[in-house]
Design a protein around this ligand. Structure first.
Ligand code: SAM
Ligand code: SF4
Length: 326
């Protein structure tokens, strides 16, 4: 799959539910998002069909996300189905970790290739302020299980929603001191509620890490599927990564499109561009016609986001990050 800018698209992020067991202040309103009724959500068979058609045209990597993917019933069934799609090389999952301890064995048995846990802080009161829930202990138990069993690669993603807290950054790095766990810092993007929070930049976090551990050295070997830039840090086994869509725009190498839980194939994080697939599936569209519709949308993938311009455009995305999947 190649878009009009010559970018090869081989990565699909699928949000399998809008629902979540946390209410992160930069992602979801306190009251949650309006429930979409079950019939409007893509079934596992519909998701698998879309992936099978895309895999026939170069899709190789899939990320399962949400909302919180582990709250959707039988999510391991979907992972198993996607792993069986010819051409798919990896199926990975991003979770807030609350249900990880209880789901870990099922994820592994279904063949998951890697796990990412989103954890912004290890301080209980800060965690409660950010997520509006008291679930830190369950998340930490899930991470401990994943580290101890070490059956698949584990990453921890941190979005700094508050002013930079040095202790917190260093506390997260302890996981990389103990094991080959990558710790990745993501700049807050002005999407949904994220636009009301300050962005802690990569440079600020780097400075804190270098003050404590010494110089970061770029790690040039391939690691992961996306735009993260990795560094080796003296004394750490895992790598430190930065996903800095604001300070280090990476649109010219973007390799991904997204699928929302209600079946919208979304071609750029910032714009409401794409095509709604659910009605087409219900009309029993052929695989060939489905591909043509998706190909057309992918070809028109926007050239770049405009986070740096600080102003809203008419075609900007109205959905929140919990609906898009990050
Ligand atoms: N619930 C799962 C989780 O938290 O990992 C998956 C969905 S969540 C939307 C995916 C990722 O998006 C999380 O790591 C979250 O921190 C991140 N995220 C949410 N809003 C964001 C924003 N405005 N800017 C950057 N990242 C954001
Ligand atoms: Fe839920 Fe993830 Fe959004 Fe937090 S970031 S509210 S865990 S979907």
């Amino acid at each position: 799959m190649i878009d009009n800018e010559g970018r090869v698209i081989d990565y699909l992020r699928i949000s399998i539910t809008d629902r979540c067991n946390l209410r992160c202040i930069y992602c979801m309103p306190e009251e949650g998002v309006k429930n979409i009724c079950h019939e409007k959500i893509l079934s596992y068979d519909e998701i698998t069909r879309i992936c099978t058609v895309l895999a026939g045209h170069g899709l190789k990597k899939i990320k399962i996300t949400g909302g919180e993917p582990l709250v959707r019933k039988n999510m391991a069934v979907l992972i198993r189905k996607l792993k069986a799609v010819p051409g798919i090389q990896s199926v990975t999952l991003t979770t807030n970790g609350v249900l990880l301890e209880s789901c870990y064995d099922r994820l592994i048995a279904a063949g998951i290739d890697a796990l990412t846990v989103s954890l912004d802080t290890t301080e209980r009161d800060v965690y409660q302020q950010i997520t509006r829930r008291d679930e830190l202990d369950s998340v930490l138990r899930g991470i401990e299980k994943a580290v101890a069993e070490n059956r698949v690669r584990l990453k921890i993603n941190c979005v700094s929603a508050m002013d930079i807290d040095t202790q917190n950054v260093l506390a997260l790095l302890h996981y990389a001191e103990r094991a080959d766990v990558d710790i990745r810092f993501i700049e807050m993007m002005p999407i949904g509620l994220g636009r009301y929070f300050p962005m802690v930049s990569e440079a600020q976090i780097r400075q804190r890490i270098e003050e404590r551990y010494g110089r970061l050295t770029p790690y040039d070997r391939p690691r992961g599927n996306g735009p993260c830039r990795y560094y080796e840090v003296p004394g750490l086994i895992g790598k430190v990564g930065f996903i800095s869509a604001v300070s280090h725009k990476f649109c010219d190498t973007c390799n991904r499109v997204r699928l929302t839980s209600d079946g919208f194939l979304k071609t750029c994080l910032q714009y409401d561009y794409g095509v709604s697939l659910k009605p087409l599936l219900e009309q029993k569209i052929s695989d060939e016609a489905l591909w043509k519709v998706m190909e057309e949308a992918i070809r028109e993938k926007p050239k770049a986001h405009h986070f740096d311009e600080g102003r809203k455009k008419r075609e900007d995305e109205a959905k929140g990050m919990s609906q898009i999947g990050g």
